[in-house]
Design a protein around this ligand. Structure first.
Ligand SMILES: *Cc1c(COP(=O)(O)O)cnc(C)c1O
Length: 394
């Protein structure tokens, strides 16, 4: 039954485990371990002959509910909750490579993800090639016989480029590599990487899944075979497990995910349209607009626009700062996916460590800001931008 429910129903009911008390809301099992009725029961549990939990670093009931609910939403067989999005990314990459292997990754990925593939993996003898992910030819050229992992994010942070997920998955299959997709910007509602052929999906649950700026979290989702054979040992022995308290917070968060993402997308689209027509704006990049440079790929692989908008102001950094400072509702913050509207200037914050040239390659200019739409009233947000732009010198 629960397998055929649509997302909004899954996100309220899917994966619920009730104790003998029949509690309405999911219980928080804040326990580090579990007791066994007798020695034989402990032996059987450790041998894997009986179902049940052993130690909270491996798995626990509140986390299991969160994992199950995310699996139902994503169409994945198995998932493992992690303490943060980066714990999910690092574990998904590092669990399956060894010295002598090779990674191909898109250069336009979240800064810490880029650190994992570009800087951390090579320290352990795993080479990495970064490519402009927009062209499949670049991926194809970078692949080597020892390529084990391909990694991408689509749409990308902060300039909302997209990558042809099905195309890259096909290339990965040709060399037996695994494609990991960081699906944070698309949200699990607008893009299903596993259906497009990706092998592993990772999320920072800190973003839309919590969506209320309360806690960090992440998840790795894949098929049962990969989780059991490649991921499980790494996860158990290196300890990136999520706190059950955070799993509970996130269970409450995903109940309202479709409502929030719908309103955020409406708000993002309205702000994008307003800005695109404004004389002080040089460029708007929004996956829901027909003028997105890769609108054809978006139509092929996404079912909705985005909750994020990238905007380039004609007046460069001064104009970007003045816009941010002039906004009253939208707050300056590098988080995203929150119920509050947020704005950030990537050149001086999230992408400050890149050289000016590296930023330019990613489409980040001094006048670029990234807007993350919240769930506020649409007209209030547009009026806020109109007022703030009035104060920006032309
Ligand atoms: C935020 C983010 C991450 C990292 O997640 P944390 O929960 O902050 O560790 C990874 N990828 C993308 C695309 C993100 O936006």
């Amino acid at each position: 039954m629960s397998k055929t429910w649509r997302p909004a129903t899954q996100l309220v009911h899917g994966g619920t485990l009730r104790s003998q008390y029949g509690e309405m809301s999911e219980a928080i099992y804040l326990t580090q371990g579990f007791v066994y009725e007798n020695s034989e029961a402990a032996e059987a549990r450790f041998k894997g002959e009986t179902e049940g939990f052993i130690y909270a670093r491996y798995g626990s009931p509140t986390n299991a509910m969160f994992e199950k609910r995310m699996c139902l939403l994503e169409g994945a067989e198995e998932g493992r909750a992690t303490a943060s999005g980066m714990a999910a990314v690092a574990a998904a990459v590092l669990c399956q490579v060894k010295a002598g292997d090779h990674i191909v990754a898109a250069r336009a990925v979240f800064g810490s993800c880029r650190y994992v593939v570009e800087t951390l993996a090579p320290k352990y003898g795993v080479e990495c090639t970064l490519v402009d992910g927009r062209s499949l030819e670049n991926w194809e050229k970078a692949i080597r016989p020892n390529t084990k992992v391909m990694f991408l994010e689509s749409p990308t942070n902060p300039t909302l480029e997209v990558v042809d997920v099905a195309g890259v998955a096909k290339l990965a299959n040709q060399v037996g590599a695994k494609l990991i997709v960081d699906n944070v910007f698309a949200t699990p509602l607008f893009q299903k990487p596993l259906e497009l052929g990706a092998h592993i999906v990772v999320y920072s649950a800190t973003k839309h899944i919590d969506g209320q700026g309360r806690c960090l979290g992440g998840i790795v989702l894949s098929d049962k075979k990969w989780i059991e054979e490649e991921f499980q040992e790494y996860y158990r022995h290196t300890g990136p497990a999520m706190s059950p308290f955070n799993a509970w917070t996130l269970l409450k968060g995903i109940e309202t995910l479709p409502l929030r993402v719908r309103q955020q997308t409406e708000n993002a689209a309205a702000v994008a349209d307003f800005l695109a027509a404004h004389p002080k704006v040089a460029k708007v990049i929004y996956p829901g607009r027909k003028d997105h440079p890769q609108a054809d790929i978006i139509a092929k692989q996404m079912t909705g626009g985005s909750t994020l908008v990238a905007v380039e102001l004609k007046g460069g950094k001064d104009a970007a700062f003045a816009l941010q400072n002039g906004l009253e509702i939208t707050r300056i913050s590098n988080n995203l996916g929150d119920s509050r509207s947020l704005i950030t200037h990537p050149g001086t914050t999230t992408h400050k460590n890149l050289t000016e040239d590296a930023r330019a390659e990613l489409g980040i200019s001094p006048g670029t800001v990234r807007f993350s739409a919240g769930i506020e009233d649409t007209t209030d947000l547009v009026e806020d931008f109109a007022r703030a732009l009035d104060k920006v010198s032309a």
